[in-house]
Structure formats: C-alpha cells, structure tokens
Design a protein around this ligand. Structure first.
Ligand code: FES
Length: 254
C-alpha cells in the first residue's frame, strides 16, 4: 500500500559536504514503511515533473516520522535541501520491496550514499551484525548512529580512516565472515560483493537504488537484466524502482 501525502519538515541539517539529513512527519507512510524501501519527493517547480526517489534511513512509527539522508545530485534535491522546519514536501510512498529480515550472522554493507538505508535495517535485524561502511574520505556521516547498532568497520578510498580501499578490503583486513550479506552502494561495489558472495557461498541481498531516476516506473532508466535462479535461463527486464530496489545478487546482472 502506498500513499501520497503532504509531509511536514521536522528538521533538516547538512551532515557532510552535499549530504543532508532530513526528518519529515508523515500521515501514514511511516506506519507502513520497511527497511530498504524509499519514497518519492515531488518538486515545487512544475518544470521538473518527475519526483526524486530518496531512500528511507530511519523509521519512527511512534512519531509517524521518517529520516531521509540524501546527496544533492541536481536541482530537485537542491530544492529539498532548502526546506526548513514547518515547510511542506509532497511525497509518495513507501515504494519498493525492502530488505528481507533473516536471523543469520550478517554483513551490513553500505557505500557512499548507499549507507543511509542500511541504518534502519541494522536497527531491525535481531542477529549478530557486522557493519562495514565505505566512504571516500574522512567526511563520514551517520557513524554515531551505526555504532549504537553493532560493530562498525570502516574503509576509506584515501585511507584517512580505517582500512584503505573498499569494503571488501575492510572485510579481509579484519578477517570477518557472515552467512548473509545486505548491501547498498555503487554498482562496482555491488558487483564485487556479488562475486565475493558467490565464491564463498553466502546469501547476498543488494539494493540497487543508485540506478533509479524517476522512482515511479515511468522513465525505464532503472531497468536491469534479471534471471530466475530456478534452473531456467529466462532473462527478464526488471525495473529497479518497481520490482526492486532489493534483489538477490545472483538474480541480477550488474
Ligand atoms: Fe524511472 Fe524506474 S526509475 S522507471
């Protein structure tokens, strides 16, 4: 079930270069939202009709509010970043399928702006969790929030914090292992994790939200090739924003 609403901005602040943290009060969306889902935010400016998909970072059902952490990627998101407490935002959601919750020893892996949706998942998973976060440099965000949820390992591209390199380098350097992987981040990271999971025979769920554009099934920018892993070799096109954004890694071509 999804809803179109006028959400009210509770608070907004910049938490890293071009990264904003926004809390909105919703009528129903927060009640129905799951970890790994997203919402679409509509622009006030009529010349930009397609909404912008933004992943859900935290869900507060008691307060009926949502935490969104997003990067300014164009005029639409720049417009959202100017909203202040009490302002309204036209939103639709919750959208997408979300992460399946498994009770197995888990890797929770986020890269760059793929980090936010991992936070709500970390809060909801009731199992042994190892959180591995990849940042470009020491401009990190949401770190304190993640540290409350489990052991956190960090990789930075420039080596300024944690392991120098990517999330897999951090996994290897710390000799970590798990039975299930949940990941969201840039495609090269997801591809590397898909291969790692196949080599080590680990169940791997990936959120491909980075590929989304309109978020409502209209632009087809998000289509990926998917094959059913049931012995058949049928290849289908799937829209990440409709059939995803979460897929079993072995089912999609990256
Ligand atoms: Fe436009 Fe999926 S993002 S169709």
């Amino acid at each position: 079930e999804k809803f179109k609403e006028q959400a009210v901005v509770i608070s907004q602040e910049q938490i890293a270069p071009a990264i904003y943290s926004l809390w909105i009060k919703t009528d129903k969306i927060a009640q129905y939202a799951k970890a790994g889902q997203f919402i679409s935010i509509y622009c006030d400016d009529g010349s930009r009709l397609l909404p912008r998909p933004i992943s859900i970072c935290e869900i507060d059902k008691e307060d009926s509010s949502l935490h969104l952490v997003y990067r300014i990627a164009g005029k639409g998101t720049a417009e959202f970043s100017e909203k202040q407490t009490g302002d309204h935002l036209s939103v639709m959601g919750p959208l997408g399928n979300g992460f399946p919750l498994k009770g197995k020893k888990a890797f929770l892996i986020g890269g760059g702006i793929g980090i936010p949706p991992i936070l709500e998942l970390a809060k909801q998973l009731n199992c042994e969790k190892q959180i591995v976060l990849g940042y470009r440099n020491s401009d990190m965000f949401l770190l304190d929030e993640f540290k409350k949820q489990g052991e956190v390992y960090i990789a930075t591209e420039d080596g300024s914090v944690g392991t120098k390199g990517n999330v897999l380098d951090a996994i290897r350097e710390n000799a970590l292992d798990a039975e299930v992987i949940y990941a969201c981040g840039p495609t090269p990271m997801l591809r590397a994790l898909k291969n790692y999971a196949a080599e080590n025979n680990i169940e791997c769920w990936i959120s491909m939200e980075e590929k989304m554009a309109c978020g409502i099934g209209a632009c087809l920018a998000c289509v990926c090739k998917s094959k059913e892993v049931d012995g058949h070799t049928n290849v289908h096109n799937k829209r990440v924003c409709k059939e995803g954004p979460v897929f079993l890694a072995e089912e999609v071509e990256l």
